[in-house]
Design a protein around this ligand. Structure first.
Ligand code: ZN
Length: 489
C-alpha cells in the first residue's frame, strides 16, 4: 500500500514538472524577447537618464503617513555589465521642509567590489564592502543585466513557478546572491526583479524593482519606468527620458585614489563622552551628531534617546552604566520614530530597558521589535527579550526625591508628529531632538520651538540637545532668528 502511494505521488510530481518549462527555456525566451542572447551579451554600456521621485525612508511625520520625498531633477546611470561597473549621478531637491541643503548633487559608483562616492567638490571616498555588495545587486535590478547574469555559466536558474499572468524564476549568481525574476507570460519581458537585503531598522527586507513601458532601442527592449520598493515603502520611481546602448564608452573604473584607499568598516567606530550638565544629568556626546542625555533618579537611571544604530546605542548604554554603577539603567525615552532616532530601539530592548515613547509610536515600535534580523543578527536577535513599552499621551512626569523630568508631546510641528521633548524644572533645562540643532543651515520650523515651550509655561534657560551644541535659550532664539530662511520652497 505504501509503495503504491509513493508511485502515485511520483506521477503527480512528474506531471506537475512537465507543465512548466525548464529554467533555461524561460531565460532563453526572455532573452529572445529582449533582443536576443548575442545582442544582450555584446552590450558595452547602458545609459539611463531621467527624473523621478525618491522618498526619504524613515522620516515621515508619523509612522503611518506617506514618506516625504526628494524630487530627482537630473538622473543618469551608466552600467558597464561586462566589467561589473556602474556610476550614478543625480541632483535632488527636498519637497519637504528641511534644515539642511535642499538641493543636493550626488555621485556614486561601484567597480567590481570597490564602492565609492564623489563629493560635490570632486573628492572620491571609498565606501564599505557592504555598500559594494548592495550596489552590485542594485545593478542587476535591470531586465538586461539580470538576464545577462542568468545566462552566465556559473549562475544557477531554478524553481520556475506560476503567479497569475507571470512566471517566476530564481537566479543565483556566482556570488550566491538570489534574485527572483517575474516574467510577463504574454510579452515574455521581465516585469519585476527582487532580492533580499538588510536594513538596520527594518532587518531582513525585500527590495523589488518593477519595469514597465518598454521601448525599442538599438534592437533591444528597454523599460521607460523603474519603480523600486524596499519592504513596504516606495524607494524610487524613475521616469526614463533616455535609454541609450553603447553610446557612452567612457571609463567607469573606480578612481585610482579610491582603489588605493583602505576599505572602511560598515559602521565607523563610536566614541562616547560624558559631560555633567546638571546635578545627576549627563550629556553623552562624542563621535557623530546624535547624543543622549542620562538622568539619575533615586534608585535607577533613565536615558533620553538611544539613537542612530546598535553600535552607538550599546556604547551609550555601557558609558551610562559606568557613571553610577550602583544604580541600574532601566528606561530609555525614544523621542520619536525617525530611523536615526529609533535605530537603537532593538539594542535597548536587548539590554532590558523599558521604552518610553509617544503613544503614536507604540505599534510601530512593536513591529520593529518583532521583525526578523537574520541576514545580520543584531543584539535583539542574539538575545531575544520581550518589548516593555510605556506609552505617553500629552505628558508624563517622571519624579522622585532626586529628579524630576517632564515629558511633553511636541504639538503642531510640520516634520515631527510623534515627538516627545523633556524639561527639567530644577535646572530650567530643555532636552529635545529635531526641534532645533545649532548647526542647521536654516530653521523652517523655528517658531514651533518657543510655541511648544510657551504652551506649558516652561521657563527654559539651558538647551541640551540630541543634535548640535549645548546653548543658552537666549542663544537658541538668536540662532533661529538669524537663519529663518524657509527651505523647500
Ligand atoms: Zn534627528
Amino acid at each position: 500500500m505504501k509503495n503504491v502511494f509513493a508511485v502515485l505521488i511520483g506521477t503527480f510530481l512528474t506531471v506537475g514538472c512537465a507543465r512548466t518549462s525548464p529554467p533555461t527555456q524561460v531565460i532563453h525566451d526572455t532573452a529572445e524577447a529582449l533582443g536576443g542572447r548575442a545582442r544582450i551579451e555584446g552590450i558595452k554600456t547602458l545609459v539611463i537618464e531621467g527624473d523621478g521621485i525618491a522618498p526619504n525612508l524613515g522620516q515621515n511625520l508619523t509612522p503611518d503617513t506617506d514618506l516625504p520625498v526628494w524630487k530627482v531633477t537630473e538622473f543618469s546611470r551608466v552600467i558597464d555589465p561586462s566589467k561589473s561597473r556602474m556610476r550614478v549621478k543625480q541632483v535632488r531637491e527636498a519637497q519637504f521642509l528641511f534644515a539642511g541643503a535642499t538641493v543636493q548633487r550626488q555621485e556614486f559608483g561601484v567597480d567590481g567590489d570597490i564602492a565609492y562616492s564623489v563629493g560635490e567638490d570632486g573628492t572620491a571616498t571609498r565606501a564599505s564592502e557592504w555598500v559594494g555588495r548592495e550596489r552590485q545587486r542594485e545593478m542587476l535590478h535591470h531586465p538586461i543585466t539580470i538576464i545577462r547574469a542568468a545566462l552566465e555559466h556559473d549562475s544557477k536558474v531554478s524553481d520556475v513557478r506560476s503567479d497569475g499572468n507571470f512566471q517566476l524564476v530564481d537566479i543565483t549568481n556566482a556570488k550566491g546572491d538570489v534574485f527572483t525574476l517575474s516574467i510577463d507570460r504574454t510579452t515574455k519581458l521581465p516585469a519585476r526583479v527582487s532580492s533580499t537585503s538588510y536594513n538596520d531598522n527594518l532587518g531582513d527586507v525585500v527590495i523589488e524593482t518593477s519595469f514597465s513601458d518598454y521601448e525599442d532601442v538599438a534592437g533591444l527592449k528597454l523599460p521607460k519606468r523603474f519603480t523600486t520598493k524596499i519592504d513596504r515603502y516606495p524607494q524610487f520611481d524613475l521616469n526614463v527620458t533616455k535609454n541609450a546602448v553603447d553610446a557612452n564608452n567612457g571609463d567607469f573604473a573606480a578612481p585610482e585614489t579610491v582603489k588605493a584607499a583602505q576599505v572602511p568598516p560598515r559602521s565607523l567606530p563610536v566614541t562616547v563622552t560624558a559631560e555633567e550638565v546638571g546635578k545627576g544629568i549627563w550629556w553623552l556626546a562624542g563621535s557623530g551628531n546624535h547624543r543622549s542625555v542620562l538622568f539619575e533618579f533615586d534608585d535607577h537611571l533613565t536615558l533620553f534617546e538611544v539613537p542612530l544604530n546598535e553600535m552607538r546605542t550599546l556604547a551609550v548604554i555601557d558609558t551610562a552604566r559606568t557613571l553610577r554603577p550602583n544604580k541600574p539603567l532601566t528606561q530609555a525615552v525614544v523621542s520619536h520614530h525617525h530611523f536615526d532616532h529609533s535605530g537603537g530601539l532593538r539594542a535597548a530592548v536587548a539590554r532590558g530597558l523599558t521604552i518610553i515613547t509617544y503613544r503614536g509610536n507604540v505599534d510601530f515600535f512593536k513591529d520593529l521589535a518583532a521583525r526578523k534580523h537574520s541576514i545580520v543578527q543584531d543584539a535583539l536577535a542574539r538575545n531575544p527579550q520581550l518589548l516593555k513599552i510605556e506609552a505617553v499621551d500629552d505628558e508624563l512626569i517622571l519624579k522622585d526625591r532626586t529628579m524630576e523630568v517632564r515629558l511633553y508631546h511636541l504639538k503642531d510641528n510640520p516634520r515631527e508628529g510623534t515627538n516627545l521633548f523633556a524639561y527639567v524644572p530644577r535646572d530650567r533645562m530643555h532636552v529635545q531632538a529635531d526641534m532645533y540643532d545649532s548647526n542647521w543651515l536654516q530653521h523652517p520650523w523655528g517658531d514651533n520651538l518657543p510655541y511648544n515651550l510657551e504652551l506649558h509655561h516652561l521657563q527654559v534657560e539651558k538647551s541640551v540637545p540630541v543634535h548640535g551644541a549645548i546653548q543658552t535659550y537666549a542663544d537658541v532664539l538668536k540662532t533661529i532668528q538669524s537663519r529663518r530662511a524657509h527651505a523647500g520652497s
